[in-house]
Design a protein around this ligand. Structure first.
Ligand code: FAD
Length: 355
């Protein structure tokens, strides 16, 4: 147990260190332009402005938030069309929370959770023990191709489908053959339960944007950083200048080369942009007159040995008090549904979930 003196000295040290950091930060005299007013751009903007920089954010669309967008629906409830969860900071909405399982035409399944947990544990261990064999080209699907468990008690094909997608697919919004086995575990930075913002994630982006100078509807097409004064051009021919530029546009924009960098980005960055892929996740919100499902379950999982449609559904009643379900698709299923009419998507969701 440290003595009181030691604690006082320690806290003084912390104050001194903080002062040093703050005074160093306050020396920022740069004019900084940030391209993109999503969470990354807004968070960077707020930090830099606090540190004394002269910050301007240039956003291509007519709104801030990027992939964070909350909407109030008919019962005064905010739903998140984009991101919902803040990883590892929260107290509820845990992936491990109470779950129920369904199978088409069989209705609710009496799955022994400990059986499934055991299966998932074996799957995870199998991946870990095979990681040394994985190259940059090895997909998760390659690794799991030969994964088998001998059991007469469970439908192993549907367990395999579900577990791969539940554990790895949904975290990365991609199918197993699109995920790198070697790097799929390296994302586990935020361990612990997730947090959901009451009233919608957009509350955070709105708050971050409050003191910031943001120019909307200006799509950046060129960044010239040959000289100390960096020049930025937008589609309407406007020119902006800054000492420092932060680019926060999504990977897809960088891949499409919509922004011309002069000089071109360095080779290692270009290679990373080319090699990395983006996940795809679609959400469907279903609002009913009343709750007819188990109010206490957080997740309703669709177990099937035929594909991965709508495998997870979140019970938003638990968090909003309103009869709303949030359903998901990822990867190929998400792409397939994005091309269908709302009526067909709805029919498919209802068919899967409530046969
Ligand atoms: C459906 C869905 C669910 C998700 N769920 C979660 C979740 O639960 N938890 C989680 O942590 N993450 C989740 N994510 C991911 C998360 O939303 C993103 O990682 C995060 O919002 C990205 O923020 P960003 O600022 O880096 O990029 P973005 O939000 O994409 O912001 C980039 C901004 O740049 C702008 N822009 C693009 N091109 C230009 C240009 N040429 N000139 C000027 N501006 C430009 C865009 O309009 C956009 O506003 C989800 C994503 C989706 C789509």
């Amino acid at each position: 147990m440290p003595s009181i003196n030691f604690l006082i000295t320690l806290s003084l040290c912390i104050i001194l260190i903080e002062r040093k950091v703050i005074s160093k930060e306050l020396q920022c005299k740069d004019k900084v332009i940030i391209v993109g007013a999503g969470l990354s751009g807004l968070a960077a903007g707020q930090k830099l402005q606090k540190a004394g920089c002269d910050v301007v954010i240039i956003e291509g669309s007519e709104r801030i938030g990027g992939r964070i967008k909350s909407e109030i629906i008919s019962q005064d409830v905010a739903i998140d069309l984009g991101a919902s969860w803040i990883g590892g900071t929260g107290k509820d909405f845990d992936m491990g929370a109470k779950q129920k399982y369904y199978q088409h035409q069989k209705g609710e399944l009496d799955i022994d959770q400990s059986d499934l947990n055991q299966y998932i544990k074996l799957l995870k261990n199998y991946l870990k023990s095979h990681l040394t064999l994985a190259t940059d080209q090895t997909s998760l699907e390659d690794i799991f191709r030969n994964f088998t468990v001998k059991s007469s008690r469970v439908n192993l094909k549907s367990y395999k489908n579900f577990s791969q997608s539940f554990i790895y697919g949904f975290k990365n919004a991609a199918d197993s053959d699109q995920l790198s086995a070697k790097y799929v575990l390296s994302k586990l930075l935020f361990i612990g339960k997730d947090h959901v913002v009451e009233g919608g994630f957009q509350k955070i982006t709105d708050q971050l944007s409050k003191e910031l100078k943001i120019i909307l509807r200006k799509q950046v097409v060129e960044i010239d950083y040959l000289n100390d004064l960096i020049t930025i051009k937008t589609t309407d021919g406007e020119v902006y200048q800054a000492n420092k530029v932060i680019v926060t546009v999504p990977l897809g924009i960088l891949k499409s080369k919509e922004i011309l960098f002069n000089p071109p980005l360095i080779q290692s960055k270009l290679e990373s942009i080319e090699k990395l892929g983006s996940g795809i996740m679609d959400k469907l919100f279903l609002e009913f007159d009343h709750v007819f499902w188990d109010q206490n379950s957080t997740w309703f999982n669709h177990i099937s040995d035929k594909g991965l449609k709508w495998i997870i559904t979140a019970n938003l009643f638990k968090y909003t008090g309103k009869p709303i379900l949030m359903m998901f698709n990822i990867g190929r299923e998400a792409i397939a549904f994005s091309e269908q009419s709302d009526e067909r998507v709805l029919a498919s969701a209802i068919w899967v979930k409530f046969p």
